[in-house]
Design a protein around this ligand. Sequence first.
Ligand code: NAD
Length: 483
Amino acid sequence: MKLGDPRLFRQYAYIGGKWTSGDEGREEAVVNPANGEVIGHIPLLESRQISACVDAAEDAFANWRALRADERAERLLAWYDLIQQHREDLATIMTLEQGKPLPDSRGEVEYGASFVRWFAEEGKRTYGETIPSHIPNAALGTIKEPVGIALLVTPWNFPLAMITRKAAAALAAGCPVIVKPAHETPFSALALAELAERAGIPAGIFNVVLGESAPLSRQLCDDDRIKAVSFTGSTRVGRILIEQCAHTVKRMSMELGGNAPFIVGPDMDPREAALAAVAAKFQTAGQDCLAANRILVHESIHDEFVAHFAERMAALTVGDGMESEVDLGPLIHRRAVEGALSIVDDAVSRGATLVAGDQSDAPGENFFMPVLLTGVTSQMKVWREENFAPVAGITAYRDDDEVIAMANDTEYGLAAYIYTHDIRRIWKLMRALDFGMVSVNSVKMTGPPVPFGGVKQSGLGREGGAMGIDEYLSTKYYCLGAM
Ligand code: NAD
């Protein structure tokens, strides 16, 4: 791997400020999904090393929480500057391990860094409140305190931003963090650790553990010294973590799967709406919790919309993310390609029309050519499951009440898109959609100032915004009686 600063490429875990190999020498290879080449190896830590990591975080906690908020902010801003300075190297590492096109990786570094700056500032505003007293001569109020050590379990689709969105909030609140990155994309996490060390974030405050996910997470969920778990990933694994944390009653934040509807009103220009829908569906090759999976188009413009969608989709280039002019990189592994194929087969066998998507054009075994299906129905997997692949399904609807019922017909409730200029329709749909985030006439909706999160089985809690730091703070109520 050619980097401007080779020390950003670390093949060790990072525990208590030390770069650490596995005690038993066990390792795992990490491969580039575009070509199957081994990028590097990571250690698999033993259980006693995981315990040692919690010890280190526990030891470091007292000093970190005792710092003033502006002192913590200085370290976070130094971290932010370093991430920005090393943007190119971080983007290279990300594309090699995740596969996304290099410009998208640069965008993710920028996006991920922006949370560090946001929470550096937000940490200075964790105000308590005064409460008008109902007790004679007493003063009542609240103060906010860090919850304690936070375990952050993160996915491979956004290997850097899903860490900073959690870690910056936790660190600003005064909590140490233990990051468990996805084993497909550990090197982005380790590069962040290297930069955190250089930024003066003390040993034991930012840790990265590596190992077999299930036993490692179980051990950390069982550990009473871990007070919060923040997870981004599938609903399936989210449920496991919630169960595992039940007996130690931890603070939980769950950013789980999505199955976003993309609703196009009859008043829309079909071309304009189709371009937006393509952008909302194929970002990160469809491996995005905000991907527009169920595209619901008013019957009066359906056919025109489909024609424009197919034309724009045909112009997307699939290839190795390190090459220029690539729109879609590979899927994360072969299993993901097989999953996407089975979703397409299921839809076609149940009556959907395959408008485009010839897999014989795929440039390698982990690549998947974008697919457009029309006539998708709620019986099909492409509707029921989060497809996490470049498979777009379009359906026509008759009226607002029908489209509301269709959009809400899912166990997920993360994000929804509405495209219309009719203000009454916007308001009606926005209120009726059972989703944590609704974006009207905009593909872009996320960023540091906004509360990101879902309802139903898309999760618990919010990341970003003023609410994001609350996930790592507990409220202490005080009553000062008259002496
Ligand atoms: P995943 O659930 O398979 O894995 C997420 C993390 O959990 C990884 O670190 C993985 O190693 C770990 N893990 C896997 N099995 C585990 C187990 N048995 N016990 C403990 N940890 C375990 O998800 P993924 O495939 O990495 O990511 C894709 C999913 O993430 C999609 O469902 C997507 O919607 C979701 N996602 C959600 C958001 C959001 O903000 N809501 C953002 C990005 C991704």
